[in-house]
Design a protein around this ligand. Structure first.
Ligand code: FPP
Length: 251
């Protein structure tokens, strides 16, 4: 078998990751450990989110993707769903102006159909208001499931074939990527999951093919700049080969 070539496009291992995606887990357990309602855990989770966005910008991360409501979260009790929707409403109403002032560009991924119309409007408002900002990109995965995203992309590819614009034999990886929810956003370099759970839970399955995964025991409401920096240090110790070989010095 020929030696795989070293990918020249891979960022150097010592770099700050360009794109960090976060599974913000453990709000409920954080609250339970303190005898507080789960809703309080989610509210404190929003505070952790504000801290994290600020810290990410300061550290030099260019893109942050957050898993804020999964397609599977609909199976939670109606009261908790209502609380999470309320938090999104308040987040957009209270924080959008500040994000805009900080030059943050908001992008949304996930299924819009089936959401309350006012939520749909808030998501559009967040994207529209910030669309010309060129600072940190905040990708909010809302009503998001990776398998569902891939299914939507495959449906779009099938339509292209049905319309004669593509052939089945012509499908390649780019054909799928092109129809994902944010095709222009580069894949995450680092995915962090808080709370000690070690799985992806239907988050960015296509885009995570070569992401480094870092699992931290911290519950999301306690996440802060120090935790983020320590996850980045762990990432920096990883050797990213993208299926190729390690760069050899002096050979
Ligand atoms: C996981 O904790 C967290 C969520 C399901 C929601 C994450 C949402 C936020 C941090 C705030 C919302 C932010 C926006 C922008 C809407 P969990 O409830 O699964 O915790 P557990 O596993 O301990 O029960």
């Amino acid at each position: 078998m020929p030696e795989a070539e070293i990918q020249q496009t891979a960022p150097p291992a010592f770099d700050v990751p360009r794109h960090v995606a976060i599974i913000m887990d453990g709000n409920g357990r954080w609250a339970a450990a303190r005898g507080l309602p789960r809703a309080e855990g989610h509210r404190r989770g929003v505070e952790a989110l504000r801290r994290t966005i600020r810290a990410a910008g300061e550290i030099g991360i260019k893109i942050v993707t957050i898993f804020s409501f999964s397609a599977e979260n609909w199976s939670r009790p109606a009261s908790e769903i209502g609380e999470l929707m309320g938090l999104l409403r308040r987040f957009v109403r209270n924080d959008l102006a500040e994000l805009h002032k900080s030059n943050v560009r908001v992008r949304i991924i996930g299924e819009r159909m089936g959401l309350d119309p006012d939520i749909g409007r808030l998501l559009i408002e967040a994207e529209e208001l910030t669309k010309n900002n060129d600072g940190l990109i905040l990708v909010v995965a809302f009503n998001y499931g990776a398998r569902q995203e891939i299914v939507r992309a495959v449906q779009r590819v099938s339509e292209e074939i049905a319309n004669g614009r593509m052939t089945a034999a012509g499908i390649d990886m780019d054909s799928i990527t092109r129809f994902l929810d944010a095709p222009d956003i580069p894949d995450p370099d680092l995915i962090i999951r808080t709370s000690g759970e070690q799985r992806l839970s239907n988050f960015l399955l296509w885009q995570s093919a070569y992401s480094e995964l870092v699992f931290v025991p911290t519950y999301w409401p306690d996440f802060d700049r120090a935790t983020l920096e320590s996850a980045i240090r762990e990432y920096q110790q990883r050797e990213r080969r993208f299926g190729g070989l390690v760069a050899q010095t002096g050979s």
